[in-house]
Write a protein that binds this ligand. Structure first.
Ligand code: NAD
Ligand code: ZN
Length: 263
């Protein structure tokens, strides 16, 4: 199983979707959850990543998010994010489904990004659910205050899906639909342990899609993948994309070496 096999699969597909996890952003300096050195080695999720934890001990909740938001303020997309954006520009990818909340796919230029777990651009009220800009949180924290909803005075949280919360319905339905109709699902940097998000590659696989996995450690889905590429995303994804690149840089996306899929 080589990167050439993955390029051949992608080049021969009619539709492909990418499914990304925290592992695509570790090389941008953002720790994932489960690798050694990951966030859950340092923090207990029950104490910092639930609405219950926010209500019970908002200062501790925000001690955790202050660190995450600070890391995010300086994080830049890496070569893997840019390479996936290029695949979308070439119409190889029809959608990019992400579990990440860091916004780095948008920053790299991807357009159709389905954010399953929300984002850190916005804040939401845990009482009335009104959405505000993230500055409502950052400014309050800078002033040593807890961030409160301008509408009802309730506590604000980053507009991300915390443990025990439901996923945004519309985003999940859109992702499910994309997985239903795709030839290929390209999974990058996900342990595939967080459900229901991790069920989505399963949806694509059950409908006959080929699975390509890029991850630096084994996942439970490897046995069902057509191609498993073990290593760092920021090296492998751009290599894969270069293999799909037109030999003639003057031409546009129509020059991509893509065949019609028999399906
Ligand atoms: P995860 O932490 O469970 O798994 C990440 C996987 O990526 C691991 O298998 C790890 O070995 C692999 N990995 C790490 N660095 C890699 C690299 N450079 N190249 C290739 N593989 C690499 O993450 P997950 O599957 O996304 O699920 C956990 C949850 O983490 C998600 O809900 C997500 O919202 C949240 N999260 C997001 C961010 C972010 O937005 N950047 C950061 C941490 C956690
Ligand atoms: Zn409110």
């Amino acid at each position: 199983m080589t990167v050439e096999c993955a390029a051949a699969l992608l080049g021969g597909s009619t539709t492909a979707v990418a499914f990304t996890g925290a592992g695509i952003s570790t090389e941008s300096g953002l720790p994932d959850f489960r690798s050694s050195g990951g966030l859950w080695g340092q923090w207990d999720p029950q104490e910092v990543a639930t609405v219950r934890a926010l209500r019970k001990a908002p200062e501790r909740f925000y001690a955790f998010y202050r660190t995450r938001l600070a890391a995010l303020a300086t994080a830049q997309p890496n070569a893997a994010h840019y390479a996936l954006a290029q695949l979308e520009r070439w119409s190889v990818l029809s959608a990019l489904i992400t579990q990440n909340v860091d916004g780095l796919h948008h920053a790299a230029g991807s357009q159709r990004v389905i954010e399953l777990h929300g984002n850190l651009r916005e804040a939401s009220c845990i009482d009335c659910r009104a959405i505000s800009a993230m500055e409502a949180i950052t400014v309050a924290l800078e002033c040593g205050q807890l961030p409160l909803c301008p509408r009802c005075g309730g506590l604000l949280k980053p507009n991300i899906v915390l443990f025990e919360e439901l996923l945004p319905e519309a985003a999940f339905a859109e992702a499910e639909d994309a997985c239903h109709y795709t030839d290929i699902v390209l999974i990058v940097g996900s342990s595939l342990q967080v459900t229901p998000a991790a069920w989505l590659p399963e949806v694509a696989y059950e409908r006959g899609a080929a699975v390509i996995i890029i991850n630096d450690e084994p996942t439970a889905f490897d046995a069902r993948a057509e191609v498993v590429l073990r290593g760092r995303a920021a090296a492998i994804v751009p290599t894969l994309v270069r293999m799909l690149e037109s030999p003639d840089p003057q031409k546009d996306s129509s020059s991509l070496r893509r065949k019609q899929s028999p399906r």
